[in-house]
Design a protein around this ligand. Structure first.
Ligand code: KIV
Length: 273
């Protein structure tokens, strides 16, 4: 609501527009947000896509994983972020176990879209998840898939580790990427995978890829907001960068991030695997 007072002449980012951006080689700039004030800052900085990530379980709630985040938590944060946005696209994570079957996935997505104002929902994995993606996509729910390091699988993976390092796991990830696209996903987040693999996947798929620790050749980049402002407690992941450190304000840091992604200055090889 209060963004209406800002003279922002940007066209709203739509789902089809993301595909056009990929085709035209224009990078998609994405960040997470969890409340209206930061969402407003992202909107003003011209961030294309704002994710209410279940990373909020770690950076806002102080848990050591994303698993305790509930659907109510996600809807609550989504409604706040939505009030700060106008042209940026709002994407919301389906939290752990909220898409364990088709009925739950439909209900959870309906809440995130109807109550929370999300335009797209994100969910992790392939395999059985492809059927869920297909059902959501067939019922007009735009879906973002998420492969590579999938934090909701932290216990199965044995930690927050880079995925797809050897030939067999890389091939498996490529197969999964094809499968989520085939199931109807409109977007794919690739987290913590070698840059060469992400490049191969991005080149092959027609849907845009958004990388986080996946190299410069993805069609867009996403980072956790608190990481780029240097306020996440503990060690910052190698693939992230404190943009506030070299800039005088949050708004300048956000604009620097957006510019660096759009001009392929970020990520550098130092941020890649
Ligand atoms: O939850 C989250 O913030 C995410 C991004 C890091 C991609 O999934």
């Amino acid at each position: 609501m209060y963004v209406e007072t800002q003279a922002i002449a940007r066209k709203p980012i739509t789902v089809p527009a993301l595909k056009v951006m990929k085709r035209e080689g224009r990078k998609i700039v994405a960040l997470t947000a969890y409340d209206a004030s930061f969402a407003h800052q992202l909107e003003v900085a011209g961030i294309d896509l704002v994710l209410v990530g279940d990373s909020l379980g770690m950076v806002v709630q102080g848990h050591d994983s994303t698993l305790p985040v509930t659907l109510d938590d996600m809807v609550y944060h989504c409604t706040m972020v939505c009030r700060g946005l106008r042209a940026s696209m709002l994407v919301a994570d389906l939290p752990f176990m909220s898409y364990r079957n088709i009925g739950h996935a439909l209900q959870a997505s309906a809440r995130l879209m109807a109550e929370g104002g999300a335009v797209m929902v994100k969910l992790e994995g392939a395999g059985w998840v492809c059927e869920i993606i297909q059902h959501l996509a067939e019922r007009e729910v735009p879906v973002c898939a998420h492969l590579g390091l999938t934090p909701q699988s932290v216990h199965k993976l044995g930690g927050y580790r880079v995925q797809g390092r050897d030939e067999e796991t890389a091939e498996h990830l490529l197969v999964e990427a094809r499968a989520v696209q085939q199931a109807g996903a409109s977007l794919l987040v690739l987290e913590a995978v070698p840059a060469t693999l992400a490049q191969r996947i991005s080149h092959e798929l027609v849907i845009p890829t958004i990388g986080i620790g996946a190299g410069a050749d993805c069609d867009g980049q996403i980072l956790v907001l608190y990481d780029i402002l240097g306020i996440t407690p503990g060690k910052r992941p190698r693939f992230s960068k404190d943009f506030l450190h070299d800039h005088g304000s949050i708004q300048e840091a956000l604009r620097a991030y957006a510019e660096d992604v759009r001009s392929s200055r970020f990520p550098t090889p130092d941020h890649c695997y």
